[in-house]
Design a protein. Structure first.
Length: 291
């Protein structure tokens, strides 16, 4: 017995197959566009300095390692390791400040009922609408009068005062989704707010906390504006400012060493992200959901 396939069914199947192929081709094109800068940086890091701008080749025909060996000599007598140490110290302090201050503030907004809570929470969210540049001048004047310019204090002080409203909001939404029965059980056991925060809420909020830590680390490591304004001594520069030192007073840049250092600077960020990416996904997926 011969089975006859309907032209309509065959056409619908071919249409779905064509749509699937078109979707995958489009995804590959987008992926190529996104990865092109990364591939270019990797290839340029192994090119001679004179070929980085002049050559149109994406990858070097004869890879060289002189760009990385030049980093060992330092910049203007300052070791490249100094810049990485300063950036790491800045990023670690920023992460510690955001995690501690934002989680405490979020616990107060999410778990404690007090007069004016909704108003204060609304005002805090409203600070997200303020551009960074609006606050820049008054903050600089304040820290200059306190003689704290050219230190890390202006860069990390706000992190310890819960000024990062986005991370507070993220943790508040996550903590509101935790069952209130846990808080009631803790109170029945004689726990105060601080003990409940430390022993019950904080461990359960780990996905949101790690998500905040990842974004804070990346933002602090890549921060350029803050260190540019507040740091004046080259030995206190972060990696982002250290890259600027590869350009001399005549505007001539050592592109080879600059790109090599840029590639090396990506390693801590990628390593930090890869180590906690599972928690990042969990935090983004579950924040904002209520139980």
């Amino acid at each position: 017995m011969t089975t006859v396939t309907s032209p309509v069914v065959r056409t619908a199947g071919e249409r779905r197959r064509a749509g699937s192929i078109a979707w995958h081709v489009g995804a590959l094109v987008v992926l190529a566009v996104v990865l092109y800068p990364v591939v270019w940086v990797v290839g340029a890091a192994f090119k001679p300095g004179k070929d980085i701008v002049a050559s149109l080749d994406l990858l070097p025909t004869e890879p060289v390692g002189e760009n990385f060996s030049g980093l060992a000599d330092g910049i203007s007598g300052i070791s490249v390791g100094t810049f990485f140490t300063n950036s790491l110290l800045y990023a670690v302090l920023a992460v510690a400040g955001v995690v501690v201050s934002s989680s405490l503030t979020a616990y107060a907004f999410a778990k404690i009922r007090f007069a004016g809570r909704n108003l204060l929470f609304t005002l805090m969210i409203g600070t997200l609408l303020l551009p960074y540049h609006v606050l820049l001048i008054p903050q600089y004047v304040m820290f200059r009068k306190l003689e704290l310019v050219d230190t890390l204090v202006p860069l990390v002080a706000g992190k310890f005062l819960a000024t990062e409203a986005f991370f507070v909001f993220l943790m508040v939404q996550f903590m509101r989704g935790l069952p209130r029965e846990l808080d009631e059980a803790a109170r029945l056991d004689g726990c105060g707010h601080l003990r409940t925060y430390w022993s019950v809420v904080l461990p359960l909020s780990r996905p949101a906390i790690i998500t905040s830590a990842i974004f804070t680390f990346i933002n602090a490591w890549n921060d350029f504006m803050g260190p540019l304004i507040y740091l004046n001594t080259p030995s206190k520069y972060t990696v982002s400012l250290g890259l600027m030192m590869f350009r001399d007073q005549e505007g001539i840049s050592d592109y080879g060493s600059m790109i090599a250092m840029s590639l090396v600077a990506l390693v801590p960020v990628v390593a930090f992200f890869m180590a906690f990416q599972r928690h990042l996904i969990d935090g983004m997926a579950t924040s904002g959901l209520k139980g």
